[in-house]
Design a protein around this ligand. Structure first.
Ligand SMILES: Cc1cc2nc3c(=O)[nH]c(=O)nc-3n(C[C@H](O)[C@H](O)[C@H](O)COP(=O)(O)OP(=O)(O)OC[C@H]3O[C@@H](n4cnc5c(N)ncnc54)[C@H](O)[C@@H]3O)c2cc1C
Length: 381
């Protein structure tokens, strides 16, 4: 099943690895994608695809399929209970996609995989990478089953606990947040908008309520200790304590739920010789702002372009340029998510002052525009 040699071995078939693979396959490069899991995950996880991500994916032939299967949220707002502190409309953005696309990560991955298959590529499973050794001419990747593959370049798109990153000796600097995150896809009635993503600021923690295709909602909240699987009563309490008051949102059913611990970390380097990092292997942060998968896909597009150029005889310095461009973006995203998370959870005593300051800022069109540009990713054009 595994080839003896390949131009590029992509480790990890999440959204980042699939993007790198489609990007190289469409340019005729020999790319091999492996994943340690026997099957792809079938959970929502990241649910937001921003305008800039759709823009960079345009040449990949996947945007129509994504847009037709997602729900267009035309705005984002920060609220304190019923009071809108900062409205962020995406409607005026100068892009073909003046909205944020709500779509399950499972569907995004399925669309990318279908495109890879169309281009003659596939994902080889289950193959868990255990070692990567490199020399001047290439890298040798070894697997848990004892197999090995020789590649000109190796891409570590193997997520937060990246083996490739460890094998390359690249540190993952940062730390974990004390709180854990509870996540639930629910059916509910009343109380919350159907075409807008809302971030509720509450002293108890952050609460995000986002509409999903098919009429359900994504709920994400920071809590001291999240239950392994949240139930209706738990999510209802989150909404009652932090969400809308005037029109109560009533939870009918929890369709899927999970919990996760959030770290904020950025890899010290994105390249070590013939090894490149992208996506969660290179950066992780709070989901506030829904940037994680978007950053991974955008890394993937930039990396595929750089690798194609180098395989075509271009200077390997282009691979350093990839890191030089994408690493500062990750640092900005980590700091934006961190600022939002800290602002959201200020002590009750400072809440009136925070709300006043935000409402004064939100009265400035330039502030609202800047936030829309940043959240949509257009600022990184
Ligand atoms: C429960 C949960 C909820 C989340 N919610 C949000 C959200 O609301 N918004 C948001 O933006 N982000 C969210 N995220 C993060 C988002 O899912 C990630 O940013 C995104 O999946 C990153 O994609 P990736 O391809 O870089 O890595 P991943 O999706 O982690 O994919 C890595 C792949 O590598 C494979 N792999 C790992 N190690 C090896 C190995 N040694 N050998 C071979 N294969 C290997 C894994 O099997 C996996 O398929 C959430 C994550 C989780 C877990």
């Amino acid at each position: 099943m595994l080839p003896a040699t390949t131009d590029v071995l992509v480790v990890g078939a999440g959204p980042t690895g699939l993007t790198v693979a489609v990007g190289l396959a469409r340019l005729g490069r020999h790319v091999t994608v492996v994943d340690g899991q026997a099957e792809g995950a079938n959970t929502t996880r990241a649910a937001v695809v921003h305008a800039r991500t759709l823009e960079v994916l345009e040449p990949y032939g996947v945007v129509d399929a994504l847009v037709s299967r997602g729900l267009r949220a035309t705005g984002f707002s920060i609220r304190d209970r019923d009071r809108v502190l900062v409205p962020v409309p995406f409607g005026g953005l100068p892009t073909a996609y003046p909205y944020t696309l709500m779509i399950s990560q499972e569907v995004t991955e399925a669309v990318l995989l279908a495109r890879l298959t169309e281009l003659g590529g596939r994902v080889l499973r289950p193959y868990t990478v255990t070692g990567v050794e490199q020399d001047e001419a290439g890298a040798t990747v070894t697997f848990a089953g004892g197999e090995s593959v020789r590649a000109a370049y190796v891409v570590g798109a193997d997520g937060m606990h990246s083996t490739v990153r460890e094998q390359a000796g690249i540190a993952f600097t940062g730390e974990a947040y004390a709180e854990s995150f509870s996540l639930a896809d629910v059916r509910l009635s009343g109380g919350v908008p159907q075409d807008e993503v809302v971030l509720y600021f509450s002293p108890a923690g952050v609460l995000v309520v986002a509409p999903l295709p098919g009429g359900s909602y994504r709920i994400v909240a920071t809590v001291p200790e999240a239950p392994r699987v949240p139930d209706v009563a738990f999510v209802q309490r989150l909404l009652d304590d932090r969400g809308p008051e005037a029109g109560r949102a009533v939870v009918r059913e929890v369709v899927w739920g999970s919990r996760f611990q959030v770290h904020h970390r950025v890899a010290d380097a994105y390249r070590a010789g013939r090894i490149l990092l992208a996506g969660d292997a290179a950066h992780v942060h709070s989901p506030a702002g829904g940037q994680g998968m978007n950053a991974g896909i955008t890394d993937g597009v930039a990396l595929a372009t750089a690798l194609d150029a180098v395989l075509g005889g271009g200077s390997p310095g282009l691979l350093d340029a990839y890191g030089a461009v994408r690493r500062p973006v990750a640092q900005q995203i980590v700091s934006l998510a961190d600022r939002i998370t800290r602002l959201a959870t200020v002590d009750r005593r400072f809440r009136p002052a925070r709300n006043l300051a935000l409402r004064l800022l939100a009265a400035l069109p330039a502030f609202r525009r800047q936030l829309a540009w940043r959240l949509s990713g257009l600022v990184y054009r």
